[in-house]
Design a protein around this ligand. Structure first.
Ligand SMILES: [Fe+2]
Length: 221
């Protein structure tokens, strides 16, 4: 079970609002858990990266909260994508791919309807945008994509590379970083953020205190 408020340490005065929203979202999250066996682990690891990398980059408390929540809900739009597409073994065909790509906009719309989650709606909707304009849904370029969205894109790709999926085995740390760097060189990822994240990923590997096999650490932000 993923715990939203517990793991992020949201200040008490806002906690009840987030609790209320979480209760509304819980059925959606449960649906996603059932649709995608990799979902929960992916979210836990990605949220850990968001918190720790955000801290390392000295982001403000507000930015870390937005990055954490945006990471937590980045794929919430997949709740409206058919299970057979999400779990398909092998590549998606053109129609299936188009359908799958709608999850970013769907996720943004879900967050826009959820009061305090308005602040992460753009982040959720733009996590597949790419600096060179090849991303979706809007094909934004360069500065049109927020810094947090660029970081979230790296986190999502890195965890996907390092994890087993229905269509692939996990890549090693070295292979994953090489692919990230290649994507940065091609303009698919922010070069500076990729460089910084690569250092962070190596640090996680060599520092057992930054390892994880449990919930993200409690943190007041
Ligand atoms: Fe996504």
């Amino acid at each position: 079970m993923i715990h939203l408020v517990d793991s992020i340490g949201i200040p008490c005065k806002r906690q009840s609002v987030y609790e209320e929203v979480r209760n509304k979202l819980e059925p959606l999250l449960e649906t996603l858990r059932q649709k995608d066996p990799h979902y929960e682990g992916h979210i836990q690891r990605a949220c850990f990266y968001a918190l720790e990398f955000g801290r390392l980059q000295k982001l403000s408390g507000k930015e870390i909260r937005q990055l954490y929540l945006g990471t937590f809900f980045h794929d919430i739009g997949k709740v409206l994508i058919p299970t057979e597409i999400i779990n398909k073994r092998g590549p998606l065909d053109t129609e299936e791919r188009k359908f799958m790509m709608t999850h970013a906009e769907l996720g943004e719309r879900i967050c826009r309807g959820l009061g305090p989650f308005e602040e992460i709606a753009d982040l959720v909707g733009s996590h597949h945008e790419r600096p060179n304009g090849t991303g979706y849904p809007k094909g934004r370029r360069g500065e049109e994509i927020s810094d947090l969205s660029r970081i979230l894109a790296i986190i999502e790709i890195y965890d996907a590379l390092r994890s087993e999926r229905s269509y692939k085995k996990p890549f090693s740390l070295e292979q994953s970083l090489e692919i990230l760097h290649q994507n940065a060189a091609d303009g698919n990822l922010d070069s500076h953020a990729t460089e910084e994240f690569a250092k962070f990923a190596v640090q996680i590997k060599i520092n057992p205190h930054l390892g994880f096999s449990h919930q993200p650490p409690r943190q007041k932000i």
